[in-house]
Design a protein around this ligand. Structure first.
Ligand SMILES: [Zn+2]
Length: 461
């Protein structure tokens, strides 16, 4: 018993010191000359290519098939020699992309319904998770300057119950060792709760930071502005996962006087970029996550042209994802930021056709709440929930052959009623394929407003 306790303690100390080691210099890193950042990037590319070739079945086979060896990967430009990985690939066989050198029991497992509508499993190794936590200092140092303290501050995370953020934080808490007062004091609120409840939580907890999804900030601050309810004013509001309209950003910054910051992250790549105090876009952590913006034929687009994101993760050695299509629509910005950071700038990602589900009663449901219904439906490959009018929803499901359709239909309707409300008409159909939008993008949740926008776009086309 004592022996086991000592082993656990040593393991926690090991990860805590790994975190502390990687934390050094992070807040200053973005200010290094670009050439130094690119050198670090190239070192990471070489290390990850070697690791992938030696220990990951997919890369071993792909390198051989293409006649490539680890020595062919000298810098980030060489990553595009690999085929573009699609979400469907890791969805169908996640193990194929996992390293044989990392024990499965150590991996952080994240299932995500994701905005692409197809649940998938992404696995992260503990080294990478703790290094990511340290890399977060690049953005945290901007917020903590405003808060006026670097640790022991309070953060309220408004997210779905099993969000990636909360899973990562729990994983680090369970495995690391943080003396009292050193870490961040966090509480969690559910994104599905009405804004009145979140406002009460903010007043009770008095957080320095409120973190949520962009579209949820629209619900929360829209309610606060309309109702005039008194609210504890956090020092900083941060968001991720989907876009924030300029009008809501202005509302939070000017009416409430709270600076707003976004971070760009994905389940497959935790720390792609962050917004600085000049608010002109997202600084890219290119040493960790080299990113390409491509056209429909996957050719690199020049700076200033908008296209789809393809990213390589040079941090996670558990599941190795190189040249992987994230699919967000973005633009690399030509200008250098006046803040002095050399990390290149990306336009604010616009999310993926996320629209809020609104009812005539004024009630609003976040699309993430609907995605949550499908997170654990492993045999439903794709879904689309469409709001036809105030009381009528249409659901299309693309299911695996092994799926028990009647049981799934029953469960989906019941869980959707829990999120959307009782007394609605919810028609469920099993289909062979789900329509893409004009740009080939897939929208798992289509609000009434999004339908109208699509119809208008189609009539123009
Ligand atoms: Zn900047």
């Amino acid at each position: 018993m004592l022996r086991r306790g000592v082993i656990v303690l040593l393991s926690r100390l090991r990860w805590a010191s790994h975190f502390a080691w990687h934390l050094r210099g992070q807040s200053r890193f973005p200010f290094l000359p670009l050439a130094a950042v690119q050198r670090r990037q190239a070192e990471r590319v070489r290390r990850m290519a070697g690791h992938a070739f030696r220990t990951v079945p997919y890369y071993r086979e792909t390198f051989r098939r293409l006649g490539l060896g680890p020595a062919d990967f000298r810098d980030a430009g060489d990553l595009s020699r690999l085929p573009v990985l699609e979400r469907e690939h890791i969805q169908k066989d996640p193990e194929y992309f996992c390293s044989e050198a990392v024990p499965r029991s150590d991996l952080l497992r994240i299932t995500s319904g994701g905005s692409c509508g197809a649940p998938r499993l992404v696995l992260h190794d503990p080294r990478g998770v703790f290094e990511n936590a340290a890399h977060g200092e690049r953005e945290r140092s901007i917020w903590t300057r405003i808060i006026g303290r670097t640790s022991g501050y309070r953060e309220l995370v408004v997210a779905p119950p099993h969000s990636t953020t909360s899973k990562v934080q729990q994983y680090c808490r369970e495995r690391g060792l943080y003396p009292r007062g050193v870490g961040i004091e966090r509480e969690y609120a559910s994104l599905v709760d009405p804004p009145e409840t979140t406002a009460r939580h903010i007043n009770a907890f008095r957080p320095h930071v409120v973190h949520s999804y962009g579209s949820h900030l629209a619900i929360l601050f829209g309610y606060l502005a309309r109702s005039g309810a008194s609210i504890h004013r956090p020092a900083v509001v941060t968001y991720t996962s989907d876009s924030l309209s300029p009008s809501v950003r202005t509302l939070i910054e000017q009416r409430f006087g709270i600076p707003v910051f976004t971070t760009y992250q994905a389940v497959e790549a935790f720390k792609i970029g962050f917004e600085c105090e000049r608010h002109c876009g997202v600084h890219l952590n290119i040493d960790l996550y080299p990113l390409r913006v491509v056209d429909r034929a996957d050719r690199d687009l020049p700076t200033g042209e908008s296209g789809e994101v393809i990213v390589s993760n040079l941090v996670n050695r558990g599941m190795v994802l190189l040249n992987y299509r994230l699919g967000d629509i973005v633009t690399l910005l030509p200008e250098r930021c006046t803040c002095g950071r050399s990390l290149p700038l990306l336009s604010f990602p616009q999310g993926r056709s996320d629209d809020l589900i609104e009812f005539a009663s004024g009630r609003i449901v976040h699309p993430q709440a609907i995605r949550g219904v499908f997170n654990e439906e492993r045999l439903i490959w794709e879904y689309q929930v469409e709001q036809l009018n105030d009381t009528h929803f249409r659901v299309a499901l693309l299911a695996a052959p092994a799926c028990d359709r009647e049981a799934s239909r029953h469960r989906v309707v019941e869980n959707l009623e829990r999120v959307l409300g009782r007394g609605l008409r919810i028609d469920v159909a099993f289909v062979d394929s789900i329509d893409r939008t004009l740009g080939g993008k897939f929208a798992p949740v289509i609000s009434r407003r999004a339908r109208q926008r699509r119809a208008a776009a189609a009539s123009l086309a």
